[in-house]
Design a protein around this ligand. Structure first.
Ligand SMILES: Cc1cc2nc3c(=O)[nH]c(=O)nc-3n(C[C@H](O)[C@H](O)[C@H](O)COP(=O)(O)O)c2cc1C
Length: 189
């Protein structure tokens, strides 16, 4: 039987920051559930903003940067999870830049995001979690994706790298979300 895959997009510029650590735990749970997990670090990618050129009907973005290789990875996967740090009450700029272009390419071409399972995870020191979750949900819901819940919203508290892992309830919520993503993908296939 083919192994199902979940792509985890890490939106932090800090390679070993809280978002990366939370997503690593998420990936561990997904793998424990028998699926493959592939993490893409936006910190290592050059991502421009959408220019509304309208040239994305052929399944890829016309801008020359690292986005198309991310799209290729997502296209082959069954799940897509996006983790971002909260910056001034919203998602980090590179995250929204990437998602707007990924969504536009999907919509304008073959709807490759349709019925993929996933959702957002947000990490912040103190505030802006729920606004950022709501903001990112707009991407998932307009792109015909399936978003499972958890036992709380997918938000984790932490400032200095490593602090997020000490948010016991936050991490429990993320582990359950990861289980639910894997559970749904297995049910769907
Ligand atoms: C530019 C900037 C803006 C931030 N804005 C917020 C904010 O609005 N609310 C908050 O609670 N934390 C804010 N933080 C703190 C980060 O969200 C927090 O340190 C988080 O753990 C960073 O995740 P990372 O380690 O994955 O980069 C901000 C940090 C930076 C660098």
């Amino acid at each position: 039987m083919e192994t199902r895959k979940v792509v985890l997009l890490c939106g932090s510029p800090r390679l070993e920051g809280n978002t990366a650590q939370v997503l690593a735990e998420c990936a561990k749970v997904i793998e424990r559930e028998g699926l493959e997990a592939e993490t893409v670090l936006l910190a290592e990618k050059h991502i421009l903003s959408c220019t509304a050129c309208g040239l994305c009907t052929g399944g890829e973005c016309a801008l020359d940067d690292d986005l198309n290789e991310i799209i290729d990875t997502i296209r082959e996967a069954d799940g897509f999870i996006v983790g971002t740090p909260v910056y001034f009450g919203t998602a980090r700029g590179d995250v929204t830049a990437a998602l707007q272009r990924i969504g536009m390419v999907s919509m304008a071409s073959d709807s490759f995001l349709s019925r993929k399972v996933g959702g957002p995870i947000v990490v912040a020191r103190r505030g802006g979690h729920t606004a950022t979750l709501q903001e990112l949900l707009m991407f998932f819901l307009i792109n015909d994706m399936i978003v499972p819940g958890s036992t709380y919203w997918n938000m984790v508290f932490g400032w200095a790298p490593g602090e997020a892992l000490n948010d016991e309830e936050g991490m429990r919520t993320i582990r359950r979300f990861a289980e639910n993503v894997a559970f749904l993908i297995k049910k769907l296939h």
